[in-house]
Design a protein around this ligand. Structure first.
Ligand code: AHR
Length: 506
């Protein structure tokens, strides 16, 4: 099939907040322990952090990292993770039925973030705890004063404040599985009260209130409305969470996942703006899409596919260790395209998660670390995305999705910076290659010169289920787009079925 598109700087969406390339690290399974922290590993530094993992996280290009959960945070006592390591308590983690040793806490994690070059985003526990404990943590982390908490922080090796800028008011409080789950009214009141108090302590922070844990929740929509009616004046962001997977062997439907994410964002924006209208306010609540990924969560019988939680409260069990294939990476690339298409309202996002747990990076204890297929679209989009997003109108074929009706086969976005433009594009067809012709005349005119190809990357595998494993860690990767060229003001390239590509012009 043939598809056409236009790159025109006048189709501006917004500047891009780099926090859109964020990640998420939860105390879950082998994420922290035997993932990023493995003191006995040959590459471990004096603090026990694996250097090979640090290097991969740097290459991934993660701007900010949400920590320490997730479901875990709703029964977490942050004080357990500070002070001398050998005196730290061992606790039951109810969310993942594990034992938390607390060897890694706030200080260790902040040190790891310095190694990987990312910013800290913290979540407070609004499940088993409340405003007072959130204030304690905020004072410990951010206060520039002489108090018992800040003295303790200094005694623990950190005289200067951590200066954490972005805070989540709990996690997925709409979910019945969440420890301390509440209804929208109760959560909205608690979040509002906690937010107000936190701002009295540190007016400079940005706050994220919990939206729905997925757009499929029975309370989706009414949850957002009620929660924002309580917290509209107190918060900056509302969260969105969404996970996708191939179900019932229907690859074509899976490849429409970007449409679902796009509609989800549009719905939450509408609700937030409707609340603004009732409050006669110009304020715009932004979206923190702070959990997104492919996750093989459900089996075809409607149950949960992940291994049942192990008996006996193990330390760092293997949980949620999904193996990603080439098609997963294409859908994943499309989700990044979708986030960029909405960069005017999605001002922060966190890939869930980073290492071993539904992750782009996998490790073996004592062994290697490797890139899953999803690593490539993330690292390339993060590295090549410029400062501003522009809409890319595409004329392409369509396919029929059970849930979304007619869906465009080709989806694209572009970003601009002072030196050039980058196109990110996906072919969602399971059957047809697309020959794409992109009119670049307008964007070339805006630079006052012709544009040439600087680099191209194509992610595709004839076996859509091919994956990178311990035995074959480089099975799937990216290659240059074989036939990309600029001819008479048009960029031309072929996209095989189920493929994702990035093209940089300057
Ligand atoms: O990312 C895994 C889990 O998914 C998180 O702990 C939770 O917030 C969500 O349900």
């Amino acid at each position: 099939s043939h598809a056409t598109a236009i790159l025109d700087p006048r189709l501006a969406v917004s500047d891009i907040d780099r926090r859109i390339f964020g990640g998420f690290v939860e105390h879950l399974g082998r994420h922290i322990y035997d993932g990023i922290h493995e003191p006995a590993h040959p590459t471990a530094d004096a603090d026990g952090f694996r250097a090979d993992v640090v290097e991969l996280v740097r290459e991934l290009g993660v701007s900010s990292i949400r920590y320490p959960g997730g479901n875990f945070v709703s029964n977490y006592r942050w004080e357990d993770g500070i002070g001398p390591r050998d005196e730290r308590p061992r606790r039951l983690d109810l969310a993942w039925h594990s034992t938390e040793t607390n060897e890694v806490g706030l200080h260790e994690f902040a040190r790891w973030l310095e190694l990987v070059g990312s910013e800290l985003m913290l979540a407070v526990n609004l499940g088993t705890r409340g405003t007072a404990e959130a204030l304690d943590l905020l004072e410990y982390a951010n206060a520039d004063a002489d108090t018992t908490w800040t003295r303790q922080r200094a005694a623990n090796g950190r005289p200067a404040p951590f200066g954490v800028g972005m805070w989540c008011l709990g996690n997925e409080m709409d979910g019945p599985w969440q420890v301390g789950h509440r209804n929208a009214d109760d959560y909205g009141k608690l979040a509002s009260q906690t937010a107000k108090a936190m701002r009295m302590l540190d007016p400079g922070i940005e706050l994220v209130v919990c939206g729905s844990s997925s757009s499929g929740m029975p309370t989706f929509g009414s949850w957002e409305r009620t929660v924002l009616e309580h917290t509209f004046d107190d918060v900056d962001f509302i969260s969105c969470h969404s996970y996708y997977q191939e179900r019932f062997g229907d690859a074509q439907e899976f490849l429409a996942s970007g449409v679902d994410m796009s509609r989800f964002i549009a719905s939450v924006v509408s609700i937030a703006d409707a609340v603004a209208a009732t409050k006669k306010s110009d304020k715009r609540i932004m979206i923190s899409f702070d959990e997104w990924n492919v996750w093989y969560l459900h089996n075809d019988e409607g149950g949960q596919d992940d291994k049942p939680l192990e008996p006996g409260w193990p330390v760092a069990p293997r949980l949620l260790e999904d193996q990603y294939n080439a098609m997963d990476a294409v859908v994943f690339g499309d989700l990044l395209i979708t986030l960029l298409q909405h960069s005017d309202r999605v001002r922060s996002a966190s890939l869930a998660q980073l290492v071993n747990v539904i992750a782009p990076i996998m490790t073996e204890p004592g062994g290697p670390a490797w890139r899953q297929t999803t690593f490539f679209p993330f690292s390339l989009t993060s590295r090549l995305a410029g400062e501003r997003a522009i809409r890319v109108p595409v004329e392409s074929g369509t396919f029929t999705s059970e849930r979304f009706g007619e869906v465009a086969t080709v989806n694209a976005v572009a970003t601009l910076d002072d030196d050039g433009v980058t196109l990110f594009v996906v072919n969602r067809s399971t059957t047809d290659a697309e020959s794409l012709r992109v009119d670049v005349a307008a964007v070339a005119a805006s630079f006052g010169r012709d544009l040439g190809i600087v680099e191209t990357h194509l992610l595709h595998d004839d076996d859509r289920y091919a994956a990178n494993t311990l035995a074959d860690p480089e099975r799937v990767g990216v290659v240059p787009v074989p036939d990309a060229q600029v001819v008479d003001g048009s960029l031309q390239l072929s996209l095989p079925p189920i493929s994702w590509a990035a093209v940089r012009l300057a």
